[in-house]
Design a protein around this ligand. Structure first.
Ligand SMILES: [Zn+2]
Length: 75
């Protein structure tokens, strides 16, 4: 059963500074990648971070990951 959660890329131009949903680094206002997913607006520092989210969004939405490695190992 599919969940109605669509990933849509938004225009970053008008977005305020935020924190990358994948790596936790700061994203400058109007920079990076912005997307909406499941009704939430998410900001990504770079296309690489966005690709990682795209490949496996759920852990990032759950806030279970942080730091540089997407929760693939403990620090
Ligand atoms: Zn990032």
């Amino acid at each position: 059963m599919a969940i109605a959660s669509e990933l849509m890329i938004l225009d970053s131009t008008d977005q305020p500074a935020a924190t990358c949903a994948v790596c936790g680094n700061g994203v400058a206002a109007g920079a990076g990648v912005t997307a909406s997913y499941s009704g939430r607006v998410l900001r990504f520092k770079c296309p690489g971070c966005f690709s990682r989210f795209q490949a496996d969004p759920e852990p990032y939405l759950a806030g279970e990951t942080g730091g540089c490695c997407g929760g693939e190992h403990e620090h």
